[in-house]
Ligand binder design. Structure first.
Ligand code: DHB
Length: 391
């Protein structure tokens, strides 16, 4: 009784949805911690929908265990993420934690995962070094070096010589800037200027004026999921879309979820990324159809797919351990796991616990009146180059 009251008090405003959470040995509680409110709320919404779709399609049981998803809102604040992780492990006996919408939120949980020996499945955050912060971290999203280096390779082969980089100033933006610039410069390209905008409430306009003044062949962009719309609108308002400066980047800026809102200024943008809603595979067609049906027509983006795959990873691991939930056994079972995702074939690198996946080169085009990132070239089975460079 006392515990119930305490928990209700602590959880006020935090629990947005929860399948009944049992203490029963047959139930495996999975804590899904997401920014459901605040600046990164679109990531939370997509991730929640992706994880719930997996549960709905595959049933809430595997290897003789019942699966319960406990979803918590951290509002994008790292101290809250950490507290929720501790509560999920301490009170709810969660056997895996998933989600983490931004790099600082994933990092805040690393020491908790290590101490409790509970897998931390990173399904959103994408700074390369995250997986090095705990042996219990496994990632199903991507890394910025994985997505950004192929953009430089493509640019070098496609008449782009002078580039300005424009990134959000924190972990993933700094990774994107470094891996695009180093790869591009090594191949003979010139990076004219490197511009960084703040993560919180950015006004892109003054930075975009600098891009215009530099008059490069292209501007390479990273902004986190959800900010692409504001960026692209200001890009168009400044007349950059008509200035002959090509827009290139990682696919975060031409987020599938935002393309309809951005509209025609997005046309022609070339990006490299691991998922497009237009990926032409039977698995993706089925995924997109089911996702839209379950979410009032919402398009899934790369965040939804990574959460869907996070669930696939947990289900696969529980099958391998025959339902054993010991953290070390689960992590061992996740290393080397491979499956067909809506994004294409994927596997977990047993050395780094990062995802190995195809990176696609895509161009925003109008298909049947709607904008899509249309894939036109594939680089197969890309490992995170940040870790590959160290080994
Ligand atoms: C991160 C967040 C994003 O929304 C994204 O698209 C890529 C990376 C991050 O904080 O790691």
């Amino acid at each position: 009784m006392l515990r119930a009251i305490l928990r209700a008090g602590l959880a006020a405003g935090a629990i947005v949805a929860a399948s009944a959470a049992f203490a029963d040995d047959d139930v495996v509680n999975i804590g899904l911690i997401l920014p459901m409110t605040g600046q990164a709320a679109s990531t939370g919404k997509q991730e929640q929908a992706g994880a719930q779709l997996y549960l709905q399609q595959h049933g809430a049981s595997v290897a003789g265990k019942k699966i319960a998803l406990i979803i918590k809102d951290d509002g994008g604040a790292a101290d809250v993420t950490k507290r929720l992780a501790q509560e999920l492990i301490g009170n709810d006996k969660a056997k895996a934690l998933m989600g983490f919408g931004l790099t600082p939120l994933a990092l805040a949980v690393a020491p908790v995962a290590t101490e409790a020996k509970v897998p931390e499945i990173v399904t959103a955050a994408a700074t390369a070094m995250i997986t090095e912060k705990s042996p219990y971290i496994v990632r199903t999203s991507f890394t910025l070096p994985q997505a950004a280096a192929p953009m430089a390779e493509w640019s070098l082969k496609n008449g782009i010589h002078k580039v300005v980089t424009f990134v959000t100033d924190y972990g993933p933006g700094n990774d994107a800037e470094k891996w695009f610039s180093d790869t591009f410069t090594k191949g003979g390209g010139t990076v004219v200027e490197q511009i960084r905008a703040p993560l919180k409430n950015p006004d892109f306009a003054p930075f975009l004026q600098r891009v215009k003044d530099d008059a490069p062949d292209a501007v390479f962009v990273f902004v986190p999921s959800g900010q692409g719309s504001a960026f692209m609108k200001q890009f168009a308002e400044r007349g950059l879309d008509k200035s002959g400066i090509k827009l290139i980047g990682t696919g975060d800026v031409t987020d599938d979820d935002l393309l309809a809102d951005i509209g025609d200024p997005a046309l022609g943008a070339v990006t490299t990324h691991h998922y497009s809603v237009a990926h032409p595979s039977p698995e993706n067609k089925a995924f997109v159809e089911a996702f839209k049906k379950a979410n009032g027509g919402l398009r899934p983006n790369f965040m939804a797919v990574a959460a869907y795959d996070g669930m696939a990873l947990v289900y696969g691991a529980l099958e391998k351990t025959k339902g054993a939930t010991d953290g070390d056994a689960l992590i061992e079972a996740m290393k080397g796991a491979s499956w067909i995702s809506p994004r294409g074939p994927v596997s977990i690198d047993p050395q780094t616990r990062d995802i190995i996946q195809n990176i696609y080169v895509r161009k925003v085009e109008k298909v049947d009146g709607e904008l899509y990132n249309v894939e036109f070239s594939t680089i197969e089975a890309v490992k995170d180059p940040f870790k590959a460079a160290k080994n």
